[in-house]
Design a protein around this ligand. Structure first.
Ligand code: CA
Length: 350
C-alpha cells in the first residue's frame, strides 16, 4: 500500500465512467479532476507530463494538501501514459556478466564496449501494456529446426522504466545534469522475453520478436521527488565526458520478484553500473530528440547474489522457465522503505 507522501499518478475509470487522472493515497485513489482541476479529466498523463518540472512540483504540493479528502476504491486502472518511443538498456554489470558466461563460456563475459557506453536497443512502444494484462505465450522460429512453435523458454526481466515528460529538440543532446528537466518519474517494468526465439533471431541485429510481444508496466508513475538517492558505484575505466555526472548518484530502491505469490529474488537497483542520467544522456548523445511519453528502461536488474537475480534464465541457469497459468509480480520499495507499487501479469497459452 502506498503511504501518504509517495503520491504517484495514474489513469483510472469507474464503472461506466470516463478516464481521469488520480493519485494513489493509502488504499484508495484521489480524483484530481474532482478535487484539483477539470484539466485532469484526461485519458493519459501526457498533457500533464509535458508541462514540466515547475508544474509537477506545484501540483505535488497542492496534492499534499488534499490527502485527507475522500478516496475512491472501486476503480479500474489503465495504461498511465501514451508511450512514444521505448528504449531498453542493459545497465547491470552482474546481469550482462551472467548472460555472457552462459552464452560465451570460452570468451570474455563482458564485450569490449560494455564499460564505455550503456548498451541498448529500440523496443516496441505499441505493445507496452498495463499491469494485469494477460500475456499470451508468443510463437516463433526456434531450434531444433528451426520450426515455428510456442516459446518453451518464456522469461521475465525485472526492470525500472523512466518516463520522459519534457522532450528535447533534434540535434540537441541532453546533458546528464539536465535529467530532472526532462524525466518525470518511474514505473516498474517487466520486459517479458522468449529466450528460445531471442537466441535464434538476435544475430546480428539484436532483440526483435523475442521481446516485442509485450512489456508490462505498473499503473502508477512515481515522481522522482519520492525517490531516495545514494552514491553510485565507481566506474572504471573513466567514462566519456558526456556520460560523467556531478556527484555520480543512483536511485536507491530494492525490487521483489514473485512467482505465483512466492518471492524468488530481491534485485537491488542502486548497484547498477550505468545510472539513469547516463542512460538519458546516451539516448540523445547523437542528437536524437525526446518526446513526451518516451519510456527508457534500465535493463534487467541483478545483484551479486543468486537471490538478487532479475530473470529466470539467471536464477535457474537456463533450465527452467514460466508455465501457462503462472503469475509474475514485480514490486519495489525505496531504501527508506517506501512502497513504490507493482506490476503483474499472467501467462496464458498461445
Ligand atoms: Ca530487457
Amino acid at each position: 500500500m502506498f503511504d501518504r507522501t509517495t503520491l504517484p499518478y495514474g489513469v483510472f475509470s469507474r464503472p461506466g465512467g470516463q478516464r481521469r487522472i488520480g493519485v494513489a493515497v493509502d488504499d484508495g485513489v484521489l480524483d484530481l479532476a474532482e478535487h484539483l482541476s477539470p484539466a485532469f479529466e484526461a485519458d493519459s498523463l501526457n498533457g500533464f507530463l509535458a508541462e514540466g518540472p515547475a508544474r509537477w512540483a506545484s501540483v505535488r504540493e497542492q496534492v499534499q494538501g488534499l490527502v485527507g479528502m475522500p478516496l475512491l476504491h472501486d476503480v479500474t486502472m489503465h495504461l498511465p501514459f501514451e508511450v512514444a518511443d521505448y528504449v531498453d538498456f542493459y545497465a547491470s554489470e552482474q546481469h550482462a556478466t551472467n548472460l555472457g558466461r552462459m552464452f560465451r563460456p570460452d570468451g570474455e563475459a563482458l564485450l569490449p564496449n560494455w564499460k564505455h557506453l550503456p548498451v541498448g536497443y529500440h523496443g516496441r512502444a505499441g505493445t507496452v501494456v498495463v499491469s494485469g494484462t494477460d500475456i499470451v505465450r508468443p510463437r516463433g522460429l526456434t531450434l531444433p529446426g528451426p520450426e515455428h512453435r510456442a516459446s518453451a523458454k518464456l522469461d521475465v526481466e525485472v526492470e525500472v522504466g523512466f518516463v520522459v515528460g519534457v522532450g528535447s529538440e533534434l540535434g540537441t543532446p541532453v546533458a546528464t545534469g539536465d535529467f530532472e528537466d526532462h524525466v518525470f518519474g518511474i514505473v516498474l517494468l517487466n520486459d517479458w522475453s522468449a529466450r528460445d526465439i531471442q537466441s535464434y533471431e538476435y544475430v546480428p541485429l539484436g532483440p526483435f520478436l523475442g521481446k516485442s510481444f509485450a512489456t508490462s508496466i505498473s499503473p502508477w508513475v512515481v515522481p522522482l521527488a519520492a525517490l531516495d538517492r545514494v552514491p553510485a558505484p565507481v566506474q572504471d575505466p573513466p567514462v566519456a565526458a558526456y556520460l560523467q555526472v556531478d556527484g555520480h548518484w543512483a536511485f536507491d530502491l530494492t525490487l521483489s520478484l514473485r512467482r505465483n505469490g512466492s518471492e524468488v529474488s530481491r534485485p537491488p537497483f542502486a548497484g547498477m553500473y550505468w545510472t539513469a542520467p547516463q542512460l538519458l544522456a546516451h539516448l540523445t548523445a547523437n542528437g536524437a530528440s525526446l518526446r513526451t511519453g518516451d519510456l527508457f528502461a534500465s535493463g534487467t536488474i541483478s545483484g551479486d547474489e543468486v537471490d538478487q537475480r532479475g530473470s529466470f534464465i539467471e536464477l535457474t541457469w537456463n533450465t527452467e522457465f514460466l508455465a501457462d497459468g503462472d503469475t509474475v509480480t514485480i514490486s519495489a520499495t525505496t531504501g527508506s522503505g517506501r512502497y513504490l507499487g507493482e506490476v503483474s501479469g499472467r501467462v496464458v497459452s498461445g
